[in-house]
Design a binder for this molecule. Structure first.
Ligand SMILES: Cc1cc2nc3c(=O)[nH]c(=O)nc-3n(C[C@H](O)[C@H](O)[C@H](O)COP(=O)(O)O)c2cc1C
Length: 186
């Protein structure tokens, strides 16, 4: 009986070790030359504030985009629109393109959590840009959900990017953010 149980537990451990369910690569970015880009999508400013602090501290370039057709200002309407878009897997047009994405090897990808996931325009960004081999640091602002399933979305849409442990920022509270950035050797 115990033997069977051990066999079962070993099988579960092996399956889990092959499954990339939200697995990330820690915080130790390599120390060589870094060309850093902070990318953000923000509807009401929380993510923008966080992204600007990160860009200042890491001396990075910064890039933002919105959905081509702006989301409703009314929160309920926005939730309904975001939900419709996600359920139908609509990849919407976005407003801007990064120039020279190939120049960067580290990308902070900053977004708000929507419906326990990421806004669809962030998926547009990932599908329009070749992020393979770049280090991506996910940065999510939210009101309690943490990352939701956004890390899995990055794993799905960011090619062979190296996805580092991310930063989860509750209610736009950026206190101590610089200390957290030091953990990535900035
Ligand atoms: C459409 C929509 C859906 C949201 N869904 C969630 C959610 O599932 N979990 C959560 O913690 N916060 C949720 N929020 C709150 C935002 O993630 C949070 O306020 C975020 O900091 C907003 O960032 P921004 O000011 O950059 O747009 C949602 C907000 C909107 C507009």
């Amino acid at each position: 009986m115990i033997k069977k149980l051990l066999l079962f537990l070993t099988a579960v451990a092996v399956i889990l070790s092959f499954c990339s369910c939200g697995q990330t690569m820690g915080k130790s970015l390599p120390t060589g030359k870094r060309d850093v880009l902070v990318v953000y999508f923000s509807r009401t400013g929380n993510t923008a504030d966080t992204a600007k602090i990160i860009a200042d501290y890491t001396q990075a370039d910064i890039f933002t985009f919105s959905r081509q057709e702006p989301y409703p200002e009314n929160l309920e309407e926005c939730v309904a629109e975001a939900s419709r878009e996600m359920q139908n897997n609509i990849i919407p047009e976005i407003t801007d393109q990064v120039k020279n994405i190939e120049k960067y090897n580290v990308i902070f990808l900053c977004y708000p959590i929507w419906l326990n996931s990421m806004p669809m325009p962030v998926i547009t960004f990932m599908t329009e840009n070749n992020l393979s081999d770049k280090y991506i640091i996910p940065v999510a602002t939210h009101s309690g959900s943490g990352f939701g399933d956004s890390i899995q979305k990055i794993q799905k849409y960011a090619g062979n990017a190296k996805i580092m442990d991310g930063l989860s920022i509750l209610n736009g509270n950026n206190q101590g953010l610089e200390d957290k950035l030091k953990e990535y050797r900035f």
